[in-house]
Design a protein around this ligand. Structure first.
Ligand code: ADP
Ligand code: MG
Length: 155
């Protein structure tokens, strides 16, 4: 578990960019935190770190935005509009837990237990556990400060 304090939108983006540069195919990143906490800001950096030049915005009308053209494809999910587990289940998003590329999920807490256990099972089936779930929590400390806590779960 690691914690960092971001003092600006640019700092949050820079953290995402670092992750994007280091990311391997199969990585799933779950982002938890309130509206305006900086989840999309981090995804912007993630895309940049992957070498994606398209403008990133939250998929408000679709559930998923797919950005190709970088080193790895980025699947950007936002579960804001899916309020219940049943709605999430019915949306059939499981395939994004084993991406050929990188998946990032805003409002991942709405999918929390299922995501962790399904991803855990998926990893268990893979002989070489190169897949990974990174769990990230954003807390708003002030207008410009965010506490970002993250932990990697590999099984
Ligand atoms: N340290 C920070 N990190 C990220 N965003 C910040 C920070 N300080 C201020 N902000 C502002 O907070 C807002 C975050 O919006 P956004 O990333 O869309 O949030 P979310 O996707 O979590 O709802 C932006 O307007 C951004 O400029
Ligand atoms: Mg957002």
């Amino acid at each position: 578990m690691a914690t960092c304090i971001s003092h600006s939108p640019a700092e949050t983006e820079a953290l995402g960019e670092t992750w994007g540069r280091a990311a391997q195919s199969g990585l799933v990143i779950g982002l938890c935190g309130d509206l305006g906490a900086g989840k999309t800001q981090l995804v912007k950096g993630l895309a940049r770190g992957l070498g994606i030049t398209a403008r990133v915005h939250s998929p408000t009308f679709a559930l998923v935005n797919i950005y190709a053209g970088g080193r790895l494809t980025l699947f950007h999910l936002d579960l804001y509009r899916l309020e219940t587990r049943e709605q999430i289940r019915a949306a059939g998003l499981e395939e994004y837990l084993e991406p050929t590329g990188v998946t990032v999920v805003e409002w991942a807490e709405r999918w929390f237990s299922e995501m962790r256990s399904e991803k855990g099972q998926a990893i268990g089936k893979t002989s070489e556990p190169r897949t990974l779930l990174r769990w990230v929590r954003f807390e708003t400390l002030s207008e410009i400060e965010r506490r970002i806590t993250y932990e990697d779960i590999s099984a």
